[in-house]
Design a protein around this ligand. Structure first.
Ligand code: LLP
Length: 450
């Protein structure tokens, strides 16, 4: 059965009830007269019928337009997409076509990208504990840059570079700036596992050692201060620390580093009213600060790199679940759906709040606050606590959860031996299966015991 729907065939003028706010949904989202939503011109209920639930949608145009916002805001910078947010072949192709590079953290992400045609010189390998296989794969495939994260990695990497070759590297430093939406995703301070401290001299010591390795070419400094950062200020603070270090490196070694990578971490709104980082404001401040700071230090302006993940793919994703049971207990209404913490561990890990919405039918019922819970065998498997849904929500209903594109499926598991959901791209009113649902056969094929 084909469910392609042309825009002309969609029900005429959508009626959006006053209390419906689609601000965190993809820009293409339309409220349809039958109570459904269409994303990329494709009604969500039809996607659920055709591909089953839970199902994840990615709005291709939303991803592309977010890439274009970055390219327009930072025309002179390299923007690389942080693959850890979500990677599949189609996403690698979309961001490549939009002129992005790619930030990978494993041989797996790297192989997938390169075998999809991603130019290796536009790829950057990260990782606080890169395995020998990660490093060997990076050298074999010829990645543009490897980001050194610890002193021990310098000699390890240098030993793998074939004689006569030179690998370009960046050095990840810790600028001592606290920023980020949750302690688990703050990486700019001394008390965490990433990078080399500027404060205690480890960064400068590592510079010394990299410069002493003929097989390594130190191209610049890198920092990533955290994730889900809503304001420009911490980036400016980090930038100043990095320019200071670049000036000291110039003074001590006579080396002018041509590149500076400020990482990612740009916040998106998960619920209406939450703040997102303004990319254009970020660009204006960073460019000004870079020009002034470098002028003060007597340095040429280095080429800037940014590494957004969430802000490119997060708001382009929608998860659609089906309600399996509705239970009233201890004064609460628990609406249980057919997915949960295995496809979206974020509420359990970081206490993140989402705004799911009933789709696929009209309703006249008043709203009541309920807890949307998952199907997994843990009391903590709560997808969205205390959210308003129509009072008559019942088994068989569809719930759609926006801003589901980043760090859901890339962190998904097969907990309770439930296969991971499929991913469907929507674009110009066409749904296209990118990743099929994981089957029992997929899971059991790895069990090679008798
Ligand atoms: N660059 C580096 C070196 C990173 O470690 C990360 C994310 C990024 C760029 C991209 O950050 P983004 O722009 O997506 O915020 N699982 C957590 C987020 C972990 C972020 C890890 N590193 C979450 O679901 O919020």
């Amino acid at each position: 059965m084909s469910i392609s729907v042309t825009p002309a065939a969609l029900p005429a003028p959508p009626h959006v009830p006053a209390d419906d706010d689609l601000s965190v949904w993809p820009a293409s989202t339309l409220a349809l007269a039958d109570g459904d939503l269409a994303v990329g011109g494709v009604p969500l209920a039809e996607v659920a019928d055709r591909f089953g639930t839970p199902v994840y949608l990615l709005d291709e145009e939303e991803v592309r337009s977010r890439c274009r916002t970055y390219r327009a805001a930072f025309p002179d910078a390299d923007v690389v997409y942080a693959a850890k947010a979500y990677l599949c072949r189609a996403v690698a192709r979309w961001v490549r076509e939009e002129g992005f590079g790619l930030d990978v953290v494993s041989a797996g992400e790297l192989e997938l990208a390169v075998t999809t045609g991603f130019p290796p010189d536009r790829i950057l390998l990260h990782g606080n504990a890169k395995s020998p296989e990660d490093l060997r794969t990076a050298l074999r495939l010829g990645v543009g840059r490897i980001v050194i994260d610890s002193a021990g990695e310098i000699a390890r990497l240098a030993a793998l570079v074939p004689p006569g070759d030179r690998q370009r590297v960046l050095l990840r430093v810790v600028p001592g700036v606290a920023a980020g939406g949750h302690p688990s995703i703050r990486t700019g301070t001394e008390d965490q596992k990433f990078g080399l401290s500027i404060t205690d001299g480890s960064a400068q010591h590592a510079v010394d050692r990299v410069l002493g390795q003929p097989g390594l070419e130190l191209a610049g400094l890198h920092c990533h201060i955290g994730s889900q950062i809503t304001t420009v200020k911490p980036y400016v603070a980090a930038l100043r620390r990095l320019i200071g270090l670049m000036a000291r490196i110039r003074d001590q070694y006579g080396v002018v580093l041509p590149e500076l990578d400020l990482g990612g971490g740009h916040a998106v709104a998960y619920r209406p009213g939450e703040s997102a980082l303004d990319i254009t404001a970020l660009a204006t401040r960073i460019r000004a600060e870079l020009a002034e700071g470098c002028a003060r230090a007597g340095l040429p302006v280095p080429r800037l790199t940014l590494e957004p993940g969430r802000a490119v793919i997060g708001p382009a994703g929608v998860a659609v679940y089906r309600v399996l049971t509705v239970k009233r207990a201890a004064g609460r209404t628990l609406v249980a759906v057919d997915g949960g913490m295995s496809d979206n561990p974020r509420p359990a890990l970081y206490g993140v709040r989402y705004a799911p919405r009933l789709v696929g039918r009209t309703h006249a019922a008043a709203r009541a606050n309920v807890d949307v819970v998952g199907r997994y065998c843990e009391a903590g498997d709560i997808l969205a606590a205390d959210v308003p849904l129509p009072e008559d929500v019942r088994p068989g209903d569809l719930l759609a959860l926006p801003v589901a594109g980043a760090y859901h499926l890339s962190m998904a598991s097969t907990y309770n031996m439930v296969g991971r959901p499929p991913v469907v791209a929507v674009s110009h009113a066409h749904p296209r299966l990118l990743i099929r649902r994981e089957s029992f056969e997929d899971m059991s094929a790895r069990d090679v015991s008798e």
